[in-house]
Design a protein around this ligand. Structure first.
Ligand SMILES: C[S@@+](CC[C@H](N)C(=O)[O-])C[C@H]1O[C@@H](n2cnc3c(N)ncnc32)[C@H](O)[C@@H]1O
Length: 262
């Protein structure tokens, strides 16, 4: 079993490896530039979120309406829905860490002075976990670092590393390939469904499985179909399953929420 915690990775100076926040580079590689742009956009979004919170105009309803009018992205809707479900001190799972934006967002939702909250993050790629570590290294304070545990592991094996008899509040999947990384390494229908089955069992009543399914790459359409089939078969007494999809933009990501009733 290969598992490592964020704090271990963070000690190895990964930030410069990923080209984020470093200085003195003569020339930026396209990947580095793309990552910096993404980080910049993410920071802008965080700042915008903070400003909206101040004037109270950023409810889940507002974000949904903005999504309908093309002003918010699927992932922003997902984050807002998570906020509705996740509480301080919860254990939550980022099933696909990628560049770490979701891991960071989840950490902010569970962290408080009790230090009870935990984010367990999974990705099959070392590069993804380095990128996540790098983002966290720059964005969180030292007492929050112990709350994140990262594993280079397939998400279908997530239960293997969770503390025994633990129930989780949220499992977040952001499927597809690592932005700025190797586009041939993608989430696959078979392991995604395995991971969904595990998630279903470790989720507490009142918990949520959230999926952002990208369909623009080869294999993405098939993965959506598989996720839809799994979701449609969940018993109606215990589950609410819903989907948000742009009808005239066939390549837009599809949002799926699976809520386990209390
Ligand atoms: C779209 S990215 C995730 C984006 C990420 N959540 C973020 O905030 O940047 C999808 C990630 O899933 C990872 N992945 C692919 N197959 C996986 C598997 N079986 N288990 C866990 N992660 C996997 C890829 O390596 C990639 O980094």
């Amino acid at each position: 079993m290969v598992g490592f915690r964020f704090s271990v990775l963070a000690g190895s100076g990964q930030a410069d490896l990923n080209g984020i926040g470093g200085s003195g580079f003569k020339m930026h590689s396209p990947k580095r530039v793309q990552k910096e742009k993404s980080h910049y956009k993410f920071e802008r979004r965080l700042n915008a979120d903070a400003n909206c919170e101040n004037d109270g105009s950023h409810s889940v309803e507002d974000v949904l309406v903005s999504f309908v009018f093309g002003k918010k992205k699927a992932i922003e809707v997902a984050h807002k829905v998570w906020e509705h479900v996740v509480r301080k001190g919860d254990l939550v799972i980022d099933a696909t860490c990628g560049n770490g934006y979701d891991t960071f967002t989840l950490l902010k939702m569970v962290a408080d002075e009790s230090q009870q909250g935990r984010v367990y993050g999974f990705d099959v790629q070392k590069a993804a976990l380095e990128s996540t570590s790098s983002l966290l290294e720059q964005s969180i304070c030292s007492n929050e670092k112990d709350l994140v545990k990262l594993f280079q592991k397939c998400h279908s094996k997530m239960a293997d590393v969770l503390p025994e008899d633990t129930l989780v509040r949220l499992v977040a999947f952001n499927l597809g390939y690592l932005p700025g990384g190797d586009k041939t390494i993608i989430t696959e229908p078979r392991t995604t469904v395995e991971a969904l089955k595990v998630s279903k069992d470790i989720l507490m009543p009142g918990g949520l499985i959230s999926l952002v399914v990208y369909v623009g790459h080869p294999g993405g359409g098939q993965e959506l179909k598989t996720v839809e089939e799994f979701s449609s078969e969940l018993p109606v007494e215990n589950w609410i399953g819903c989907k948000f999809q742009m009808l005239n933009r066939p390549l837009s990501p599809v949002l799926i929420f699976l809520f386990k009733k209390c």
